[in-house]
Ligand binder design. Structure first.
Ligand code: FES
Ligand SMILES: [Fe+2]
Length: 347
């Protein structure tokens, strides 16, 4: 079960061309490409005849030819040509609302009647020349809620990422955690007072102690924004190093998760050596430390139903638990509304 009415990242602007990208999102095969006007188009990526992957077909002037028996579809998803005879009346691909903003391709996976472009999160630092930004992608062999758990509970970096992105100083009495919910946004705010920079952050900060804040927010359905700042001890909170980070998750299905990340830096934006260090640090933490741990936990669990295993709960789980409760509630509400809409629809 997935929350459908929401914006999911289908990729970065830079990777999209006229050649289609095929991606399974929420269990559905989606194909995204640029139309002749340069705007992104998102269509069902599975041919309705024998279910061939359409992104492997040919595309010419927004017309996609299925690689199996050659049905041709237009950018609206209508079948417009059958090389073997009449055009089948019911051959139509689902078309998804799509918005390109901040260098991100956003696809609305739910009811097109409820599409809401204002609900797209602010990722403007990705295209802001005032930031140097590194982009990345992982495919995680785990349920998406385990990835959300990981991101909302930032007690793990002091253990899992020590020696790199974090250190053992980023816990214990130096740490303060606050959780709050605003509408459907879950905030998990961490502050660390008077700490030495971790080995990974030292070249970026370039000084000794700092105050650090790491405010993680989950925006439904599965988009997380980290407001990470390092400032002079007891100094103003907004004048130091700012490393805003996006973690854009997309359930591929119940067992796998697409994980797009973007990490910006507001200091020395033309320093390519520093950009390489930032990219390496992000990749190492997310790909070599978080991903294998999440996947190992998923394997150990043997189920996607966390609570069926009666996990021990720690104080630091508050945001992740709240996120799971909220997600379940929103999915149930959406399913109830869809059921109601079916009931009242004329026969
Ligand atoms: S599977 Fe696409 S035309 Fe047959
Ligand atoms: Fe992590």
């Amino acid at each position: 079960m997935f929350l459908r009415n929401g914006w999911y990242c289908a990729g970065w602007s830079g990777e999209l061309s006229e050649a289609p990208i095929g991606r399974r999102m929420l269990g559905e095969q989606v194909m995204v490409f640029r139309g002749d006007d340069g705007a992104p188009v998102a269509l069902e990526g599975r041919c309705p005849h024998r279910f061939a992957p359409l992104h492997l077909g040919t595309i010419e002037h927004e017309r996609i030819t299925c690689p199996y028996h050659g049905l041709v579809f237009d950018r609206g998803g209508a079948c417009i040509h059958n090389p073997h005879g009449d055009v089948p009346k019911d051959a139509k691909l689902r078309s998804y609302p799509v918005v390109e903003r901040d260098g991100i391709i956003w696809v609305w996976m739910g009811d097109p009647e409820q599409v809401d472009p204002d609900a797209i999160i602010d990722g403007s630092f990705v295209v802001d020349p005032g930031y140097a930004t590194v982009l990345g992608y992982l495919n995680v062999a785990a349920h998406y809620q385990l990835v959300i758990d990981n991101l909302l509970d930032l007690t793990h970096p002091a253990i899992l990422h020590k020696g790199g992105l974090s250190s053992e100083e980023y816990m214990g009495p130096n740490l303060e955690h606050r959780f709050h919910q605003e509408g459907t946004a879950i905030h998990s705010d961490y502050t660390f007072a008077n700490v030495n920079p971790s080995p990974g952050l030292a070249p970026l900060w370039g000084k000794r102690k700092s105050d650090v804040r790491a405010f993680m927010t989950l925006h439904m359905p599965t988009n997380l924004v980290l407001d990470f700042r390092m400032n002079e001890v007891d100094g103003p909170m907004d004048e130091g190093l700012f490393l805003p980070t996006l973690h854009l998750l997309v359930p591929e299905n119940e067992e796998r998760t697409h994980y797009f990340y973007a990490m910006g830096r507001n200091a020395q934006v033309d320093n390519e050596e520093l950009s390489a260090i930032t990219a390496k640090m992000a990749r190492h933490a997310f790909e070599n430390e978080d991903e294998p741990m999440i996947v190992a936990c998923q394997e150990m669990m043997g189920t996607t139903d966390l609570f069926s295993l009666k996990p021990i709960l720690l104080k630091s789980d508050v945001a992740a638990v709240r996120a799971r409760i909220l997600m379940d509630r929103l999915i149930a509400k959406e399913a109830a509304e869809a059921g109601l809409a079916r009931e009242v629809a004329p026969a």
